[in-house]
Design a binder for this molecule. Structure first.
Ligand code: ATP
Ligand code: MG
Length: 438
């Protein structure tokens, strides 16, 4: 029997000491998306199973092997979302957004669920930052979505991320390409894994994405899709590259990228970190909306793995904001002082300061120790004398300097000024450092 105190395999807890890093990454990503005109959409964590069967595709690994599917108490087949695109597409269709002004540009941060072998950078519950754009067929749309993903990684301070680009064409090109693939793989049929054998008939392109080393080796020598693009798809691909080059966005063409989800058409791309970890994957899915029963509308987007992004950031020592700390800890001696400290904390918090006071009933010494552990920037000790006189000493925990402050409304102004001074001193230090380097 599984231990109650052990999280299921492939899941992770984000503890209070690191959650600020997640908040930083998520909020920065959503805010950059906002600057690009992509606004947040929130959709349910579970959907009807057939939504994913239809969109992600019956012959994909995700649908065949990885979905968390169950029957609910009403007998419906429900699936925890394995990715974000299908739910977003379902939602914009359901709410008629595609009959309003186009394009419709949405962004999200969501948890995703895939029953995968858990290993480094691969979890059963993971998180994606993603964007989707509906109703834009021009090549600039492809470039815009790609540049948004790159801008997020740039803002996170990541170095050495490579953009790999490919086009997998439309159903017209695909028909010819499938024929070539079928001919090639049929010749090597005896070497393929069982799953790929079944893919040979229905969806030979999926073989290119097989994780088995043998199939992977065979796939490496298979015909490449870019040799089979129709005129329109080839022109679109050239134009996407033109837009990227015009904006100085570097890329390498990689005809082996096919992506693991069936809905992709034309442009597909990946952003790969120095150590080979794929941080972001996306592309165009012009057939998806129609597949889900809507009037045909082009679409495109990407999903960025937040766990992987954080892993690369940590590995590269990318800058995170300072961990949130306590601005002021109010140390109290006795019940009357504790009450006063609580009242002061309430007023200061109302002003937006990060203030704490004793809620455990500790001794003076233990409170001081705790304030130190919290990394409080300032402390004030309030006892009988301070209560009587309405003044106390505020200690700067970094420098050890103390200053007299009054225990009334004026405290807020003094604290705010002190915090500003500290922040400015930090900036000045930084300038000095930069000057030294330069
Ligand atoms: P991979 O080839 O690594 O399996 P994928 O093609 O299945 O990735 P997508 O479905 O395109 O990935 O999802 C987009 C991004 O989500 C990936 O680039 C990756 O950063 C992240 N991702 C996908 N699956 C996982 C997982 N099991 N654990 C953590 N992150 C994941
Ligand atoms: Mg995968």
């Amino acid at each position: 029997m599984a231990l109650i105190t052990q999280a299921p395999r492939g899941t992770q807890d984000v503890l209070p000491e690191t959650s600020y890093k997640w908040q930083y990454v998520e909020q920065t990503a959503l805010s950059i998306a906002r600057d690009f005109g992509f606004h947040e959409i929130r959709t349910p964590v579970f959907e009807h199973t057939n939504l994913f069967q239809r969109s992600v595709g019956e012959t994909t690994d995700v649908v065949q092997k990885e979905m968390y599917t169950f029957e609910d108490k009403g007998g419906r087949s429900i699936t925890l979302r394995p990715e974000g695109t299908a739910g977003a597409a379902r939602s914009v269709l359901e709410h008629g957004l595609l009959s309003g002004a186009l394009p419709v540009k949405v962004s999200y941060v969501t948890s995703c669920y895939r029953y995968e072998k858990s290993q480094k950078g691969r979890y059963r519950e993971f998180h994606q930052f993603g964007v989707e754009c509906f109703g834009a067929s021009a090549p600039q749309a492809d470039a815009e979505v790609i540049s948004l993903a790159i801008q997020v990684l740039k803002e996170m301070g990541l170095k050495g991320v490579a953009l790999r680009l490919n086009s997998i064409g439309c159903p017209t090109c695909r028909a010819r390409y499938y024929e070539a693939l079928q001919a090639y793989f049929t010749g090597r049929q005896s070497e393929l894994c069982g799953t790929c054998l079944s893919r040979l008939e229905r969806n030979p392109m999926r073989i290119l994405d097989c994780k088995s080393p043998v199939c992977h080796g065979i796939a490496a020598e298979a015909p490449v899709v870019t040799d089979y693009l129709c005129e329109d798809c080839a022109a679109h691909f050239v134009a996407v590259q033109g837009c990227l080059s015009a904006a100085d966005i570097a890329f390498t063409l990689d005809p082996h990228i096919v992506r693991g989800l069936d809905y992709y058409t034309r442009t597909v791309f990946e952003l790969v970190a120095e150590d080979g970890l794929v941080v972001c994957g996306g592309g165009r899915y012009d057939g998806l909306v129609e597949e889900l029963g809507g009037a045909p509308q082009p679409g495109l987007g990407f999903g960025m793995g937040i766990e992987r992004l954080l892993m690369v950031m940590e590995a590269q020592n990318a800058p995170f904001p300072e961990a949130p700390t306590c601005d002021l800890y109010l140390v109290s001696m006795g019940q009357a002082a504790a009450q006063k400290c609580f009242a002061l904390a309430t007023a200061l918090r109302d002003g937006g300061a990060a203030v704490e006071c004793d809620i455990v009933g500790r001794s003076l010494k233990a409170q001081m120790k705790y304030a130190d552990k919290l990394g409080a920037k300032f402390t004030i000790v309030v006892g009988d004398n301070e209560l009587e006189n309405g003044v106390a000493m505020m200690k700067d925990m970094a420098t050890g300097e103390s200053q007299e402050v009054s225990l009334d409304d004026g405290l807020y102004t003094v604290l705010r000024q002190k915090l500003l001074d500290r922040e400015l001193a930090g900036v000045t230090d930084l300038f000095a450092e930069v000057a030294e380097i330069g």
